[in-house]
Design a protein around this ligand. Structure first.
Ligand code: G6P
Length: 363
């Protein structure tokens, strides 16, 4: 195809930069000319009739499922459970009486996910595929499709598809919530909130140099690293660490900040990089800061990524405040840039990491 890198050295950076535009595009696609949210009514009805949402996915899409769990539970009033495609293909757990399956897949071609979809179809479970590729296998074989409209994603490491998945599911949640008269959904102005997210992303993108400088000292030679966070930030930590592993080959783990002390803190030594994510959630922010102090006391080299309202003078990377349903989108951006610059500074091929394929069509 003709999709070029333009002036960009790598697709990954180009695709990171496209995210504000993708957020705005989704607001156009999933609203009508009066600004009302429009999601296919058949999807809404099938979801409202269900008693539990199951999100099935692999890799970064699996992490996007976690990042969307909170907003979907709040807006739809249904419990949301996550499933790894390659596990559920062989070990489907006991399901609720009226399950609704959501397949998250950038490519729509992941064989592990398709295997679960085939079984779900046999069981008569309503299935929605959320994908970037119209006409893809998972889209064709599912009862329903929602598209990500993120434009082709070429870099092997997924960035804009992750944030687009969360945003698309926010529209789904809003539409379902309106249908059931959920007060939180009525109050959640998804278009406005996503426009603030787009601005937050832009603000972070304008700080590339600051982020690159942090990375140069922290990740140029290290063999391992940790991301920590609580709640939504824990889910972002999972994706942040996957991204870093994929493109920099640094062994990295995303940890629930409070769980680190129950074993893994044994790995913290002088200079171990620990990146802490702290979104504006009063219930947990102080606790995550406590966990930061614990690792600092053991010699960790800490970088904090913090939302503006709760940031201190000595925090490293500050992001704009956004709606808590969408904080994963805004908080993940610095971590995408961290992965990108780590790969660059280690002299690696950012767009084509060893051993990885853009989409895996074998089980
Ligand atoms: C591969 C890619 C990952 C991707 C995963 C799921 O492993 O390298 O970046 O997250 O497949 O792909 P999908 O297209 O289903 O989202």
């Amino acid at each position: 195809s003709d999709i070029g890198k333009g002036t960009y050295p790598f697709y990954m950076l180009k695709e990171i930069d496209e995210q504000p535009a993708v957020m705005r595009k989704l607001s156009q696609v999933y609203t009508d000319d009066k600004g009302h949210v429009t999601v296919d009514d058949a999807i809404i009805e099938a979801l409202v009739a269900s008693d539990r949402i199951y999100i099935i996915a692999a890799g970064t899409s699996y992490n996007a499922g976690f990042a969307s769990k909170y907003l979907l539970e709040e807006l739809t009033e249904k419990p949301v459970e996550l499933g790894i495609s390659s596990e559920w293909g062989y070990n489907m757990p006991r399901l609720s009486k009226n399950p609704f399956f959501i397949f998250l897949s950038q490519s729509g071609e992941t064989a592990d996910s398709r295997q679960v979809l085939v079984k779900a179809n046999e069981l008569g479970i309503p299935c929605l595929t959320v994908t970037n590729v119209p006409g893809s296998t998972l889209s064709r074989e599912a009862s329903f499709t929602m598209l990500l409209h993120a434009g082709p994603e070429i870099a092997v490491a997924s960035t804009k598809a992750y944030t687009a998945q969360i945003a698309a599911l926010a529209f789904l949640g809003k539409a379902v919530g309106l249908k059931i008269d959920n007060k939180k959904a009525i109050d959640f102005d998804v278009v406005h909130e996503l426009s603030l997210v787009a601005q937050s992303i832009e603000a972070t993108l304008s700080e590339k140099e600051l982020i690159e400088n942090k990375v140069a000292g922290l990740l140029e030679t290290t063999r391992n690293a940790f991301y920590i966070g609580r709640g939504q930030d824990y889910y972002v930590s999972m994706e942040a660490s996957l991204k870093l592993k994929e493109v920099s080959y640094i062994q990295c783990e995303g940890f629930a900040a409070g769980e680190l002390k129950h074993g893994t803190i044994a790995l913290i030594e002088e200079g171990t990089p620990v990146i802490a994510l702290i979104a504006n959630n009063a219930k947990v922010a102080a606790h995550t800061r406590g966990n930061v102090s614990e690792v600092v006391a053991r010699g960790a080299n800490v970088v904090t990524i913090v939302e503006q309202d709760i940031a201190n003078a000595d925090d490293d990377i500050i992001t704009n405040n956004v709606h808590p349903y969408l904080s994963s989108i805004s908080m993940v951006i610095p971590t995408q840039l961290i992965a990108y610059y780590a790969s660059l500074h280690r002299g690696l091929d950012v767009d084509k990491p060893r051993n990885l394929a853009k989409s895996v069509t074998v089980e």
